[in-house]
Design a protein around this ligand. Structure first.
Ligand code: CA
Length: 377
């Protein structure tokens, strides 16, 4: 429990050690600009429905629970009633909090690990239920809330149908995946129908972290690195690089991927990825014995054509400027990470960011409108 508590404090506490001290990298307290010449669209804002943690707990406490680190994390999150209340509430109280923080629109993502730790029919049913409720919340507050559909990759044909229903019937704004599903990644060929459906439905896919899979989580658990300090980041690293090297973006060139937490630090290493590409490019026998896949482009190409990043949890000017420079100002989107990392100082620090106003408007508003096909203006 001690170990999992540290996952919680690292991922939920925001300030990390719970000391209440703001990082010296953060800007000093200043008021939020109430007449900023841009809207603030926060693009990685968490929500859930009570039925999901209930099903997670039922499984966790069943006679024979699966050995799944993400399910154990879900059990830990479920033990914090105030957090759960904040996740479940998608009405007036959330809107009031957004008003306080100057957030014009939240993009709602089903919080990790969501339906992906559940038995396939349970997960599939709860994804649909969550999507119905999400569409209702967005209908109730069309000017303030948008949302990404959830799906359960444990059942590929049902996931494809849910993606189509979420986009075409419910009018949702893309899809969210809480990364691996019981240790499986979307770069494996059995999931290609999901990638095909996302591309066909013009649904951007946001891959949000969960804990590393059981097969490689132990060294992280042993050091209390499972959450935001390392495990979450490395886990999305695996999924993103896995998709690139599997040739997914050559096969589905219009597929759009969004990753948070400043691109999970990947942009910093693009030079090295290109240089070392041959380590994996074209190698046969990978992913359980698949034939070799030779990429059509350098790794960095996919970061300039298929990948967008958000700033969730990293309100830090040097990192934002670097990513805007190397990826382009059109590929970096603002996110807050409500209710896990909520700070008026962070909002104000974006107002103070010394970048051209047209780039700031792209960061805070226009890129989100474009990537998630949100109403403009
Ligand atoms: Ca998050």
């Amino acid at each position: 429990m001690q170990i999992m508590s540290s996952v919680f404090s690292a991922s939920v506490g925001g300030l990390g050690d719970g000391s209440g001290e703001v990082s010296p990298f953060a800007n000093p307290s200043r008021p939020i600009d109430r007449s900023a010449p841009y809207k603030r669209i926060a693009t990685e804002e968490a929500w859930s429905i009570p039925e999901i943690p209930k099903a997670q707990l039922d499984l966790l406490h069943s006679a024979c629970p699966p050995d799944d680190a993400s399910l154990r994390m879900a059990g830990l999150f479920a033990a914090f009633p105030q957090l759960q209340e904040e996740l479940f509430e998608v009405g007036e109280r959330r809107i009031a909090r957004m008003d306080e923080l100057g957030i014009d629109r939240q993009l709602l993502l089903l919080t990790a690990p969501g339906v992906q730790v559940l038995e396939r029919s349970v997960g599939t049913g709860l994804a649909a239920l969550a999507n119905d409720r999400l569409a209702e919340a967005c209908r109730n507050h069309p000017d303030r809330l948008s949302g990404l559909l959830a799906f359960a990759p444990q059942d590929v044909p049902s996931a494809v149908k849910e993606i189509e229903r979420g986009m075409n019937t419910l009018g949702l704004s893309g899809a969210v995946l809480n990364s691996h599903t019981m240790g499986r990644y979307l770069d494996e060929p059995q999931f290609w129908p999901i990638l095909e459906a996302l591309e066909a439905c013009d649904a951007a896919l946001y891959i949000h972290p969960t804990t590393p899979p059981t097969s490689w989580v132990k060294p992280y658990d042993d050091r209390a690195f499972t959450g935001a300090l390392a495990g979450f980041t490395h886990e999305v690293w695996m999924h993103t690089m896995g998709l690139i090297f599997s040739g997914a973006f050559d096969r589905f060139p219009k597929l759009r991927l969004v990753i948070g937490h400043m691109g999970e630090a990947l942009p910093l290493l693009l030079y090295r990825f290109d240089w070392m590409q041959s380590n994996a490019d074209g190698r046969s026998g990978l992913r359980g014995g698949q034939p070799g896949v030779k990429l059509q482009h350098k790794v960095s190409y996919y970061f300039h054509n298929n990948v967008w990043i958000t700033t969730s949890g990293v309100a830090w000017a040097p990192a934002i400027k670097f990513c805007q420079e190397v990826l382009g100002p059109d590929r970096v989107l603002y996110a807050m990470d409500y209710p896990y990392q909520v700070s008026a100082e962070e909002v104000a620090s974006y107002d103070a960011l010394d970048i051209p106003i047209e780039h700031k408007k792209m960061l805070m508003q226009e890129n989100a409108e474009r990537v998630f096909r949100l109403p403009r203006g």
